[in-house]
Design a protein around this ligand. Structure first.
Ligand SMILES: Cc1ncc(COP(=O)(O)O)c(C=O)c1O
Length: 407
């Protein structure tokens, strides 16, 4: 296992001792004291709709994934496309990750600006504009890596690096079934040769992301399919590793298959993303121990929403709609109040409908509810900041500084 001292100046606070109250922006913890707004026993001094991160759960999720990776002898390179937050990426690195992944060059730009390093861009770069931006990031970050999936883009990347007198580390993107990007395993030797033959590029290994199996149910099918996907890349990686001394990275996996993929000895690092905050789509995929639920990671991310109209029997209207909750992966779940039989449904751009069957459970006008979003990544991208909460205290906030970085 590599260590991560490049990214945190040699300091590696364990999460157990990491002092959020001192280290996150926002300073002193604020106890919420307005009784009406505390009626659900949760922090709700905040204006709604807003995004909240439960720090106890977040810490637990980080520790758990880090411990699993460590125990399996794998590195962790979490995907920052999930949270789009440089402060959270830094925390993941301080907790032991060797770096982070991003999907787009603009995300790498923001993380570089925030002083982070060891970034892998997991999607292809094919235009001169993007190559120019990539080069600018590379100039400040020698540890930057990029995946490639076409001979032409290899040539363009090589020419761009050569003109600037720089080198670039690359991974070959192996398409193990997702068909979104990447080359088929049978075409990898030719692509590897292309990279090797071009100046200023250094072949570091492969990426094999099986995105299409991450949410597969039941668990045993997910397991079978994920292992089959990865097995397609194993002989290629072995061959590359045996012949190219710099080739030592096999980057793979996601939250849905993390505990499956660690069984593949050749995999060197996990690119998991959603585990850090979770969503209802993932919570419903089932696991090795529970066919219906996947509860290895806690729902640290919640959208707070207020009942703004309660004039009908059977339902109330809340202020979080499509502009606050990305409509993908089912419907959000009501996290608090718990066990009240409340269900969310879409009610237009600005509103949601909360239905109840027990009239005694009807949320009163002004009540603040907590929702678990159905799909975390695009929901986070709708907000400017995370509010950081521990029990009933607000600890501070983190800007979602990679928000909107889709270029
Ligand atoms: C290339 C790549 N790797 C890793 C991930 C992380 O996946 P998850 O959020 O399922 O952990 C994603 C997510 O879409 C991805 O696109």
């Amino acid at each position: 296992m590599k260590n991560n001292t490049d990214n945190c100046n040699g300091k590696m606070p364990s999460l157990r001792t990491f002092d959020f109250e001192k280290n996150v922006g926002g300073g002193t913890a604020v106890k919420c004291s307005r009784p009406m707004e505390k009626q659900l026993g949760r922090v709700s001094c905040l204006d709604t709709p807003c995004l909240v991160l439960d720090l106890d759960m977040l810490e637990g999720n980080l520790q758990k994934m880090q411990a699993v990776a460590k125990h399996a002898g794998k590195n962790l390179r979490p995907h920052a496309k999930t949270h789009k937050c440089s402060a959270l990426a830094r925390l993941q690195i301080e907790a032991g990750a060797i770096g982070v992944c991003v999907a787009k060059v603009s995300e790498a730009e923001r993380l570089a600006k925030a002083g982070l390093a060891n970034i892998l861009i997991t999607g292809p770069v094919v235009t001169q504009q993007k190559l120019g931006r990539l080069l600018a990031v590379r100039q400040t970050m020698p540890s930057l890596m990029l995946v490639v999936d076409h001979g032409d883009s290899v040539d363009w990347l090589s020419a761009s690096m050569q003109a600037a007198g720089l080198t670039m580390d690359v991974l070959l993107d192996v398409d193990v079934g997702l068909k979104r990007s990447g080359v088929l395993p049978s075409d990898i030797p030719a692509l590897a040769e292309r990279v090797r033959s071009r100046p200023n590029l250094r072949l570091r290994g492969i990426q094999a992301y099986a995105g299409h199996v991450q949410h597969l149910r039941p668990y045993h099918e997910r397991r079978t399919d994920s292992l089959q996907c990865l097995q397609q890349a194993v002989p290629i990686f072995r061959e590359l590793k045996a012949t190219i001394p710099t080739c030592d990275i096999f980057s793979a996996s996601g939250t849905g298959t993390f505990d499956i993929d660690i069984a593949v000895p050749e995999v060197t690092e996990l690119q998991v993303g959603s585990y850090v905050c979770m969503d209802t789509e993932y919570r419903g995929i089932g696991s090795a121990v529970d066919a219906a639920q996947f509860t290895a990671f806690a729902p640290a991310l919640r959208v707070l929403t207020t009942v703004v109209s309660a004039n009908h029997r059977g339902f109330v209207t809340v202020d979080a709609g499509l502009k606050s909750l990305y409509r993908d992966g089912g419907v959000p779940q009501v996290f608090a109040p718990p066990d009240a039989g409340l269900t969310y449904d879409w009610f237009g751009d600005e509103y949601g409908r909360i239905t109840y069957s027990d009239p005694g459970a009807a949320p009163a006008l002004g009540t603040v509810l907590e929702l678990i979003p159905s799909h975390c990544d695009p929901t986070i991208n709708l907000f400017d900041r995370f509010h950081l909460v521990r029990e009933d205290s607000m600890i501070g906030e983190w800007p979602i500084d990679l928000r909107g970085c889709s270029q």
